[in-house]
Design a protein around this ligand. Structure first.
Ligand SMILES: O=P(O)(O)OC[C@H]1O[C@H](OP(=O)(O)OP(=O)(O)O)[C@H](O)[C@@H]1O
Ligand code: HPA
Ligand SMILES: [Mg+2]
Length: 179
């Protein structure tokens, strides 16, 4: 375990096993649907989860990325900033949005609105983590890996001041790291 970690909440093995289950479920659901989705990852947090998940989606999907940010340190900065937009049009296309965490829900709500404005025919969401106790806007994911308690978590894509994203598990930092 990294020296700054207080505890691990979700292990690497649990993440891999759950990604397999979610990939299988998503593959089945979109096999029944009319059209395959464009898989859209939100940079940077979703990258490790997206990489694990798509190995288990047994469909010929394309992937794209958007870079939005709403946090500095452990604080939400209020607005959602679009730093980099999608490289292809989503007009008339269903989108499967991949997230690392739904916390207040503001990022997801805003990005869903943006994608619908661009003409996406449907927007579904898969998130590795869900922290429902912190929700300030009404939004839910269609697929969730794990529900986490109301604590700031890092690892598997999730950062504190851009650090700890590369850890292969999700956990909570020691209190002294924030001082
Ligand atoms: O539900 P919310 O309260 O909006 O928080 C969740 C969002 O915040 C984090 O992204 P961040 O803006 O920190 O960018 P990052 O992915 O580059 O870390 C996280 O990756 C989610 O996208
Ligand atoms: O708990 C969190 N950890 C890291 N980034 C985040 N962005 C929203 N919530 C979190
Ligand atoms: Mg972040």
């Amino acid at each position: 375990m990294h020296q700054d970690m207080k505890k691990i909440l979700v292990s690497e093995d649990q993440i891999i096993a759950r990604s397999k289950e979610l990939g299988k479920q998503i593959s089945e659901d979109y096999t029944c649907a009319k059209e395959l989705p464009l898989v859209v990852g939100l940079l940077k947090g979703s990258v490790p989860f997206l990489a694990e998940l798509i190995k288990h989606i047994d469909l010929d999907v394309c992937i794209d990325f958007m870079d939005v940010s709403s946090y500095e340190g452990t604080e939400s900065i209020g607005d959602v900033k679009v730093n980099m937009d999608l490289s292809s049009s989503v007009k008339g296309i269903p989108v499967l949005l991949v997230e690392d965490i739904i916390d207040t829900g503001r990022t997801l709500k805003e990005v869903t609105r943006l994608l619908k404005n661009k003409g996406a025919s449907d927007v579904k969401v898969v998130s590795l983590l869900d922290k429902p106790d912190r929700r300030t806007v009404e939004i839910e994911a269609d697929y969730v890996g794990f529900v986490v308690p109301n604590e700031f978590v890092v690892g598997f894509g999730l950062d504190y001041d851009q650090k700890y994203r590369t850890l292969p598990y999700v956990g909570v930092l020691k209190d002294e790291v924030y001082q």
